[in-house]
Design a protein around this ligand. Structure first.
Ligand code: UDP
Ligand code: MG
Length: 326
């Protein structure tokens, strides 16, 4: 039975990069979720192909062909998960928008609970991982360290153990989409947006098929974006270093003066201590420059103001003009 025409719309947004292997499973799971949600809501699915090199886009097109509730867009190349997700969130027209991964690590069954929390008044519903199946020890350890270090470095709005599996109300998503930063770490940005939040706890499943699309290189880039985009604490490191170094130098100088005047020791020109000091300060300078470079590079990218992604092809119903949306 179709929902009443004034029923709110729930959008599901799924970024896909080389997910041809997982797609048949995803398709079946999303269809089942659609059938459950469609009893009360209008359902919209937005699939973004993030420059896949396998048959993902063909699979999306075939899926969208006879389903008016499915919309797809293919980006002109691989722009990365956060950009692909931003594209999908921008195309979604729903009143509640849920983002989830294509590999079914975010169990679609949890979406019903998230929608219930939204109906009960929450603007942002985080799906928080109680456990993570099928992840390597390395991934588990780095994920844990990441949230801890990011918290220490001032990325304070981050909800630990909540990935990009979440529901956002229209108004909270509009606030997020109005944030123009290039290096996007959506989890931190959603935390900054605020509004009323709720949490659903779930057990994270293992990837249904295929392999991770987040190699270490991409994880490190995401972690750097997470810290630099939501905190300026690292820029203050040079002060801390300078304070510590000044205290050490002052202590050492007092010690030398004491040695000279109290015990009458003559100064021996110390090659080693000189070299050690030069090297230590050289390293410190480079570290500080590196920190400044991280920010400067991002400022440069931001000032260039290139689009976050380019769409090559689209399939499904056209996107209505963003009435009332920024
Ligand atoms: N993804 C993407 N672009 C990328 C990398 C990943 O759109 O450059 C998508 C991927 O298809 C999946 C989601 O982002 O739907 C999460 O990626 P993955 O499951 O590989 O990451 P992991 O769970 O291993 O951290
Ligand atoms: Mg995954």
């Amino acid at each position: 039975m179709p929902p009443p025409s004034d029923a709110p719309t729930v959008s599901l947004v799924v970024p896909c990069f080389d997910e041809a292997e997982a797609f048949p499973h995803l398709r079946a799971a999303l269809e089942a979720l659609h059938d459950v949600l469609a009893a009360h809501y209008r359902v919209e699915l937005v699939l973004i192909d993030d420059g896949s090199r396998d048959g993902t886009w063909d699979a999306i097109q075939a899926f969208a062909a006879d389903r008016p509730w499915v919309r797809g867009a293919a980006l002109s190349r691989n722009f990365g998960h956060q950009a692909a997700l931003t594209c999908g969130l921008g195309l979604a027209t729903g009143d509640a928008i849920v983002s989830l991964d294509a590999d079914l690590q975010d169990p679609p069954g949890v979406v019903r609970e998230m929608v219930a929390a939204w109906v009960a008044g929450a603007d942002v519903v985080y799906a928080v991982r109680r456990s993570r199946a099928g992840e390597s020890l390395f991934k588990l350890a780095t994920a844990k360290a990441f949230y801890r270090v990011a918290g220490l470095l001032g990325a304070g709005h981050l909800r630990a153990d909540a990935g990009d599996f979440r529901l956002m109300s229209r108004r909270s998503l509009d606030a997020l989409l109005a944030m123009p930063e290039r290096h996007r770490f959506l989890r931190g940005m959603v935390g900054w947006v605020g509004f009323r939040t709720a949490e659903i706890h779930y057990d994270r499943a293992a990837r249904v098929a295929g392999s991770t699309k987040y190699p270490l290189r991409k994880m490190i880039r995401l972690a750097a974006d997470a810290v630099v985009s939501s905190s300026t604490v690292p820029l203050r490191f040079p002060y801390y270093f300078a304070l510590a170094a000044s205290a050490a130098c002052l202590g050492y100088a007092s010690y030398l003066v004491g040695l000279h005047y109290v015990s009458g020791e003559a100064f021996v020109p110390g090659w080693f201590s000189l070299m050690a000091a030069v090297m230590a300060f050289g390293c410190l300078n480079l570290c500080c420059l590196g920190v400044v470079g991280e920010y400067l590079g991002r400022i440069y990218e931001q000032v260039k103001a290139r689009p976050l992604y380019l769409v090559r092809d689209a399939v499904g119903p056209p996107v209505p003009p963003p009435a009332g949306r920024p």
